[in-house]
Write a protein that binds this ligand. Structure first.
Ligand SMILES: NC(=O)c1ccc[n+]([C@@H]2O[C@H](COP(=O)([O-])OP(=O)(O)OC[C@H]3O[C@@H](n4cnc5c(N)ncnc54)[C@H](O)[C@@H]3O)[C@@H](O)[C@H]2O)c1
Length: 253
């Protein structure tokens, strides 16, 4: 899985799964550009992990000019983009009949439009050099009806379909597009959701959630980062349009 010298642009790299991926890709020799809306965490990341091959670009992936500027800045600083990981995402817990249109639009903007915008502005460069790998973070919620988060599930279903469609459109240009569908991963996103939506303690909720998986534990961010590394590397060179579940067996039943 040698990524030496490869330039990887990852959204949402300042926390959770993205942060684990940043560390793993650096360990494997990649040059990593982190695009995240959270400037404080992004700056902290660069300070806590001083590395000549790491840079942070404040980016709101719902804003087209931000996406355009970030892609251009990465190209200016590192010369190319070999791998784009569309990983930034949010979760909003609400049944459809209680959800505001504002919340619906917001989650669609971040989870789906953000993937479109970052891909749109990175693809011309990949098309020019006739190579590239795009990895989208979907979710098992894009494959099955996970309870309480219908809007989230809808956006992740969209990400899966966008992945397959882009894979077909760009295969002739040697650009691979794949999707990872994680199950419940122990990250700040889930911790916030568990605390906000349950009266029990965080540890109790985590134990309960772990029971839904045949492996009977939550996933670690590093276990998703490992799949991203595989999808970014030449070891997966015959894979495009794939949806790889990493969910402790949740969707196997
Ligand atoms: N944690 C899970 O159980 C789980 C399961 C399946 C899929 N996922 C997906 O994995 C991805 C990462 O999730 P996580 O659990 O690591 O979450 P996280 O909250 O720890 O990290 C998400 C990151 O995305 C960034 N972000 C949010 N909105 C943004 C925007 N508009 N522009 C740029 N950056 C933005 C945040 O600042 C944060 O750094 C998401 O797409 C999520 O839907 C997570």
């Amino acid at each position: 899985m040698n990524l030496a010298g490869k330039v990887v642009l990852i959204t949402g790299g300042a926390s959770g799964i993205g942060l684990a991926a940043v560390k793993l890709f650096l360990e494997h020799g990649a040059i990593v550009a982190v695009a995240d809306i959270n400037e404080k965490s992004g700056k902290q990341l660069v300070e806590s992990l001083p590395h000549e091959h790491l840079a942070f670009f404040k980016t709101d992936i719902t804003n087209e000019s931000d996406c355009q500027k970030t892609v251009q800045s990465v190209l200016n600083q590192f010369g190319t983009i070999d791998v784009l990981i569309n990983n930034a995402g949010i979760e909003i817990v609400s049944p459809v009949h209680e959800m505001t249109l504002e919340d619906w639009n917001h989650i669609v903007q971040v989870n789906l439009t953000g993937v479109f915008l970052m891909s749109k502005h990175t693809l011309p460069h990949m098309l020019e050099k006739k190579s590239g790998s795009i990895i989208n973070t979907g979710s098992v919620g894009g494959l099955v009806g996970w309870p309480d988060i219908p809007a989230y599930n809808a956006t992740k279903g969209g990400v899966i379909q966008l992945t397959k469609s882009m894979a077909v459109d760009y295969a002739a240009h040697q650009i691979r597009v794949n999707c990872i569908a994680p199950g419940i991963i122990d990250t700040p996103l889930n911790e916030k959701s568990f605390v906000d939506n349950h009266s029990e303690s965080l540890e109790v909720v985590k134990k309960e959630k772990a029971k839904v998986n045949p492996l009977r534990r939550l996933g670690k961010p590093e276990e998703i980062a490992g799949v991203m590394l595989f999808l970014a590397s030449d070891l997966s060179s015959y894979m495009t349009g794939s949806v790889v579940t990493a969910d402790g067996g949740y969707t196997a039943r």
